[in-house]
Design a protein around this ligand. Structure first.
Ligand SMILES: Nc1ncnc2c1ncn2[C@@H]1O[C@H](COP(=O)(O)OP(=O)(O)OP(=O)(O)O)[C@@H](O)[C@H]1O
Ligand SMILES: [Mg+2]
Length: 259
């Protein structure tokens, strides 16, 4: 059982020690990592993925439940408590979506066939272009693949920690996924440039020059700002759907959406 992971400071890009004592992330928490391009967001999430022990370019160390993780946990993929999905993550198996999910569910000894359809349904919540169970995983688009793998990680996967590196292009990827993940009791770390996701997470890690610059916690005005942005986002989504469907924006549409 993973109750918490703790990040111990390393060095910034100029070799100076990071200015924090430790950062503890707990099971069931949502965390975002924000900061300019090149500020070290991917490097930080990769340290978590690797359970770094001073052996990466940042020299950080990551400990689990207060202890240095055993080599078996670091190096045996079957024991690894972490799944990371990036913009480049692809599926290479020559299987249909249904077969792919079925193999995973069986390996996890989840007897319920329902979980496969639920996973596809969840993936379809995240992606604009729907996927079907008999589609081959190799022909999915990048966004569809990431949507499928995230849904799989949430509903079928055993890993209690999910790391997502700039996956917002996956489509409608906002409140649903954040609340779903919170309900699933998993720890999720979003590297993101999306203000809505950043505001929806409880903890926000700010990066600069390869180092953690600050850690902030969601406050009341931020929750309200997020709600406003979500409404705006919904409007943008409605317009997007109209345009995708090849329609023109009408006065009726304006009256309904922008009254
Ligand atoms: N503390 C560090 N020490 C040395 N090199 C670092 C450190 N942090 C990041 N780097 C290196 O700096 C480069 C940029 O970092 P990274 O890819 O993590 O940035 P990013 O914030 O993810 O940027 P983007 O938003 O463009 O994805 C990488 O080559 C990375 O290995
Ligand atoms: Mg990056």
């Amino acid at each position: 059982m993973i109750e918490e992971i703790t990040i111990l400071p390393g060095l910034d890009k100029t070799g100076c020690k990071e200015n924090f004592t430790y950062i503890t992330l707990k099971a069931g928490e949502t965390i975002s990592i924000v900061g300019p391009t090149g500020s070290g967001k991917t490097a930080l999430i990769t340290d978590i993925e690797l359970l770094a022990q001073g052996d990466t370019s940042t020299r950080r160390r990551v400990i689990i439940n207060g202890e240095i993780p055993a080599d078996e946990i670091r190096y045996n993929p079957a024991m690894k408590p972490i799944v990371m999905i990036t913009q480049n993550t692809k599926c290479f198996a020559d299987l249909t979506i249904e077969e792919f999910l079925h193999i995973h569910a069986r390996a996890r000894k989840i007897p319920d066939e329902k979980v496969i359809l639920e996973t596809i349904e969840l993936a379809n919540n995240f992606t604009g272009e729907k996927i079907k169970k008999d589609t081959k995983v190799t022909v999915l688009s990048g966004g569809q693949t990431r949507s499928l793998l995230i849904a799989d990680a949430i509903l079928i996967g055993a890993a209690p920690i999910i790391l997502l590196d700039e996956i917002e292009n996956a489509g409608i990827f906002k409140q649903e996924v954040v609340s779903l993940i919170q309900n699933a009791g998993k720890m999720v770390v979003f590297v993101t440039h999306d203000p809505v996701i950043a505001l929806l997470t409880k903890t926000r890690i700010i990066m600069e020059n390869g180092a953690v610059k600050n850690v902030l916690y969601q406050n009341e005005p931020e929750i309200r700002a997020a709600q406003n942005l979500l409404e705006l986002d919904k409007k943008i989504g409605n317009v997007r759907e109209e345009l995708r469907a090849g329609k023109a924006i009408t006065f009726d549409f304006l009256a309904v959406n922008f009254a």
